[in-house]
Design a protein around this ligand. Sequence first.
Ligand SMILES: [Zn+2]
Ligand SMILES: [Zn+2]
Length: 888
Amino acid sequence: MSDAGYDHAAVERRWQEAWDEADVYRTPDDVEDPTYVLGMYPYPSGKLHMGHVRNYTITDAYARFRRLQGDDVLHPMGWDAFGLPAENAAKERDTNPRDWTFDCIETMRGQMESMGFGYDWEREIATCTPDYYKWNQWLFARFHEEGLVDRRDAEVNWCPECETVLADEQVEGEAELCWRCDTPVEERELEQWFLKITEYADELLEDIDELEGWPNSVRQMQRNWIGRQEGTELEFSIEGHGSVTAFTTRVDTIHGATFFALAPDHPISEQVAETDEDVHHFVEEEADPEGDEPNGVETDLTATNPVTGEEIPVYVADFVLSDVGTGALMAVPGHDERDHAFATKMDEEIVPVIAPEPDDWDSETVPEAPDVSEEAYTEDGVLVNSGEYSGLESGVARERLTDDIDTAEWTTQYQLRDWGISRQRYWGTPIPVVHCHDGCGSVVLSEEELPVELPEFINTTGNPLDEAEEWKETTCPECGGAATRETDTMDTFVDSSWYFLRYVSPELDEAPFDLEQANDWMPVDQYVGGIEHAVMHLLYSRFFTKVLADHEGLEHREPFTNLLAQGMVQLEGEKMSKSKGNVVSPQRIVEEYGADTARLFMMQAAQPERDFDWSEEGVRSTYAFLTRLQGMVEEYDDPDGDDDAVASYVDGEIDATVAIATEKYDELTFNRALREVQDLVRTLRQYAEYAEPHADTYERGLSAVVRLLAPVAPHIAEELYDELGYDGFAAEAEWPTAEIDRDHVRKRRQLVENTREDVRDIVDVAGIEDPQAIDVVVAPDWKYDALEIAVESDAPNLIGELMQESHIREQGDAAADYGQDLQAEREALSTTLGPDAEREALEAAAWLLEREFEAPVTVRRAEAVDESVLKNAEPGRPAIEIEDGSEN
Ligand SMILES: [Zn+2]
Ligand SMILES: [Zn+2]
């Protein structure tokens, strides 16, 4: 299949070795503020998949482009090497996670090298080495010193299959499934270590506004995750239990509160459950916070509404969550959908207290109450049935009620929770804590005692660290007495929250990163990775960066200036996955067609953010393109054609391609850049077929193509650059430049394209088999003038306005006809190049028609032809006359 192509294997090997030998991708420590281009480091699962290849081709192409623009570039790679799959794989294969992980790393590094990714491998990091995870431990201790670490009992998400605690973010969907294995998650109470990310909630939220280089979707996901809500906290008194604090964003609806609800694990619920059978049964058996339907049970208690003094029934209900708000709420079924569903089920009263604001509302009268028996009215509006507050707008009422109710105050609530980092697994960073047997409590280890290294792996169903008896037994650094090591390890998201800083000084022994270097080199200029990391990884990285800015002198408060979330590579519209068996192996593609083909196909198939379908046919045609290009360069042999109109056309296209492709590379819209380059290759090929090319033009074209392809197809670019006789590497060449007038180029290309299409149509429709001659007739000057007037005019009667110009009026019926055409298309009109520039452009492009239709082409001025022909000539769309040989 591919044997007709060029010898990609030899070409790619040759240049990979040459780059390596010349250290082309090395970033020395002494460069100042390099452009930092980073792909999210992979989990070493065994092999690169297409998602990786796409991610890293994007960063590599951009890093190469920046280097060719003359920038110093930092483009490192490393391994997110801790995590559960390695532990599971080790168990299955009866090996240990370390060996398994390093095997995977070696394989994947080899694959990356074969893809031609230009990394500075001297900066490689693997998070599972003590050199790296020592600094996770150090950072934990620093966070602890700054009061940002907490140990507390917590309900945790427990995956019974993975036997581990999961962060909220690792529990997926309504069904609350484990993100790794899709097992339904359970709840457990455990002592856990937390990083207090909530202390940064406001800053994390507010700074999102400044992340202008991030996709809006990601920014919105982060906002939602932090979930800041302004509302009112107020107290309801429950007989026999004192006052209970509730939170609501809608205190304006308080007159419609017809019952009160407590979370199943609220302290009052737990007290009641001790004596009330029904409540006990509900709490223990029935409560299902994940369920679609709200469930609950009525208690014997009543709560007193602090505004109306009314006593309302108290429920224990599973839609009230203890970790959201206060775990207690006033239920307003008339104006909240969930409360409405619950009230309907329990046959509780539903009272409307907010009416939609009438269009002609005079703000004096109280509008009519809406019917909320079937459906809650959830918008703001005007208060009704609310005593002295009736007739107020919702916003005003919220303020006044919060002022008037003694116990009420404005507060801010967040969805964001502190980050539980404890994992009961082996293959992670040991949390650097010992538990003293003699009363010192949990002691965080200081720097001299780090790293706490992992002991040998023990194959067991639970946490191997629990069974590493010798390792566990230690002494307390405070009292010297007996102590036990903490056996939990850290969530691997700790590792990835600062790895981008480690690349700056990967060998450093004294600190996690060199501060001065990090201040110079950070932030990452362009970060690229999957949208699945839009919340956790990116939010945690932002949190770490802010803490390091506050306490370690980092001069940056955000880690990533520009973020690109790349789309998926699909097969027949579906995500590739091992379980579906629809996986295309990057390795096979590289073997069969070469890395350049794989890279080029991917980058031209779609904009990086979009999903696209893998197509074997697309791969083959990409390979054919590179093979043809290689042939063109090889066959190039100092031609001696003239610097004629054709050459000037080609020159114009070279300039346009260079200018547009450069702009598109800069915007990371590689597909657009590559379309330009491929069009230019076609033009050059057609040029060489049509005539003996002008040497300077043709060579300049080939040279531009080779350099413009270098970011995406780097190996073949080197090969052809060498073939063209240049010294040095294409990877370090001078990027071509050209000045163009974009508007002029767009109009010129449109004109040529319109003309070619019209000729094709006429040949088609008239069934012309053997065109003898083609005349292209440019419209008369007055039509250009008329068009210009039409574009600029906003007069209602365009024809009247045109007829004020005597030289247009003189055209009589022709002017009236054209005026009507213009009037009809008025909205869509735009100016063209003008008569002289159009004639010139058509003359330069005439060879394309001659080549395509094998007939001489003459570009004529309007004065030279008949009235009947002229009728069809318009600015931007010349008239066409074809002489048909077969008829004569
Ligand atoms: Zn699981
Ligand atoms: Zn002690």
